[in-house]
Design a protein around this ligand. Structure first.
Ligand code: HH2
Length: 286
């Protein structure tokens, strides 16, 4: 299956046309995670030094990821908010060091001021776990001609896992994503990616229901992203208490997502994902 994302700003690898630039790809692309935070749940502190962050991004690209997602604020359950200036101090040097290297750079932020500065520094795409709820975020993306990943989260990171509750999780999450997509496009955001937000205000049963219902979402007009990498649901299913040990479970979940039409999977073990997806694609081609 082919996927495409429209930008109104130049993007490495994208095709220019009258209305902007379209980045197209076949099958499921990998978005490599680059957390430049001290406290992310699985890789906090690993990329604190600029050199380590830049080397990690380059290695992911060499391995074949399509996007690198740079995050300067952890959204793990219970995470404390980070002031915008601190988040910017973390992400801007990495964006500046990588811009011009032919890498499609996504920035994982909930703050319009961080998104605006990141896009001005050379980032291409905004990944907003609050689903562009803030009209300012929509305006920033529209002004910069940058598409956005619209994710569903019930509540906010500090409290979201306390008592997640839905009457019909699939209907509610898909309905929310379609409504946010309409709002974003109406505000002038050039394109959106939809993400049901695995682990964001959801129990194991909610997460599994959303993963099983993926064909309903991937059958729609927008590319779908799944981010299950190293998340707690893998511990609940397979008893893996340490997040860095959860790559096999992450691969299983993401291969499922790919088989059901996900356009992008967001992963820590980026090279392993590229390899596994290539093998799955080869099998499907026969
Ligand atoms: N998950 C995390 C962060 N950002 N963005 C999208 N679109 N989808 C996700 O599932 C998603 C996300 C959490 O993972 P991670 O970045 O590894 O951890 P932390 O938030 O602790 O930095």
């Amino acid at each position: 299956m082919r996927h495409a994302l429209t930008f109104r700003r130049p993007v490495p690898g994208a095709e220019r046309h009258a209305d902007g630039w379209t980045l197209g790809w076949a099958g499921t692309a990998v978005m490599g995670i680059l957390n430049v935070t001290p406290d992310s749940f699985s890789d906090g502190g690993r990329h604190a030094a600029l050199n380590a962050a830049v080397a990690s991004a380059r290695a992911m690209c060499d391995a074949g990821v399509l996007f690198v997602d740079i995050g300067g604020e952890s959204t793990r359950p219970g995470a404390a908010p980070v002031p915008a200036h601190e988040e910017l101090d973390r992400v801007l040097p990495v964006i500046r060091a990588l811009s011009g290297e032919g890498i499609v750079l996504s920035v994982d932020t909930m703050k319009p001021e961080v998104a605006a500065a990141a896009l001005a520094a050379g980032a291409h795409l905004i990944n907003d776990v609050t689903g562009l709820r803030d009209p300012q975020m929509r305006a920033v993306c529209a002004d910069a001609g940058a598409p956005a990943c619209v994710m569903h989260m019930q509540g906010e990171p500090r409290t979201m896992q306390r008592d997640p509750h839905y009457v019909d999780v699939v209907r509610e999450v898909h309905g929310y994503l379609h409504a946010q997509a309409r709002e974003a496009l109406a505000a002038g955001v050039p394109d959106v990616i939809l993400d049901p937000g695995i682990g964001f205000g959801k129990t194991l049963e909610h997460n599994l229901a959303l993963l099983r219902a993926l064909p309903d979402l991937t059958g729609g007009p927008h590319p779908v992203l799944i981010g299950a990498s190293r998340k707690r649901l893998i511990d609940f299913i397979a008893d893996v208490p340490e997040a860095p040990d959860r790559d096999p479970g992450s691969l299983a979940l993401h291969l499922h997502a790919a088989r059901h039409g996900a356009a992008i999977v967001r992963a820590h073990a980026a090279a392993a994902h590229v390899q596994a997806l290539r093998v799955q694609t080869a099998l499907n081609a026969g």
